[in-house]
Design a protein around this ligand. Structure first.
Ligand SMILES: N[C@@H](CCC(=O)N[C@@H](CS)C(=O)NCC(=O)O)C(=O)O
Length: 230
């Protein structure tokens, strides 16, 4: 299998963390198609976004669907909990992270520049993120991992979402919503010591550095030039 993924992509980081935690890295290779760098990812996969998992049977887009697929493909290593209620809880936390945090944070990226920022849009989106973090505070476990005593897919979704939240919201001129929580703030501190979490955080930081210092753009230009020669 091949995962189309990028260092800085939090949705990709979610799937990478799951692959690392399941111990199935030897079954998956990682790649970023040149079409993504050219803004033509929809030629590879109609949704046009990463991550995408390429399997022998075809392509699977959408991080949550890939996550479910990996759990089903490797049931003895699945990270979704063992009882129906545990599985429901893992899925609820994962949905809070994806829908209420990540979606709104991604939409807010267009409001980063104070000179072009529409404050009402920014307030709306940050308000939704704050509301999502408030819900997470009630659902997340008081100690251990996000959904209890073992690492699950809830952690794989939350780590990139909280990384995005703490890195993005303050740049919109608002307080980090995690700062006014107890359980979420403690969890965020705790989980960064986990080896798989630390690894994807390191990868996202590396991707951010490459975006900021121009390395990402240079590498994309070189890959595009190579693709045009062939
Ligand atoms: N709902 C999708 C979101 C994926 C997504 O938005 N990926 C971003 C990178 S993190 C992307 O590919 N953006 C490119 C674009 O929007 O054209 C998922 O869970 O996989």
């Amino acid at each position: 299998m091949k995962l189309y993924t990028g260092d800085l992509s939090p949705y990709s980081a979610k799937v990478r963390m799951q692959i690392y935690a399941m111990g199935i890295e030897d079954q998956v290779s990682f790649d970023l198609p040149v079409e993504f760098m050219m803004g033509k990812m929809s030629e590879v996969s109609p949704i046009g976004r990463i991550p995408v998992l390429a399997t022998d049977d075809g392509l699977i887009p959408e991080s949550e669907v890939i996550a479910e697929y990996l759990d089903e493909a490797f049931p003895d290593k699945a990270l979704v909990g063992s009882t129906p209620m545990e599985r429901a809880n893992v899925r609820v936390i994962s949905r809070i992270a994806d829908i209420y945090l990540m979606n709104n944070i991604f939409l807010s990226l267009g409001q980063m520049n104070p000179e072009t920022r529409v404050q009402a849009v920014c307030d709306l989106l940050v308000g939704q993120v704050r509301r999502g973090v408030g819900a997470l505070e009630k659902h997340i476990a008081a100690d251990g991992f996000a959904a209890g005593s073992t690492l699950t897919r809830a952690d794989c979704t939350l780590v990139p979402a909280l990384w995005m939240c703490s890195g993005t919201v303050p740049r919109l001129g608002a307080q980090d919503p995690i700062a006014s929580t107890t359980r979420v703030a403690d969890y965020w501190k705790r989980i960064q010591d986990n080896e798989h979490a630390a690894r994807v955080i390191g990868e996202m930081n590396r991707g951010l550095k490459a975006r900021m210092d121009g390395t990402e753009r240079r590498m994309a230009e070189e890959a595009i030039a190579r693709a045009k020669q062939t």
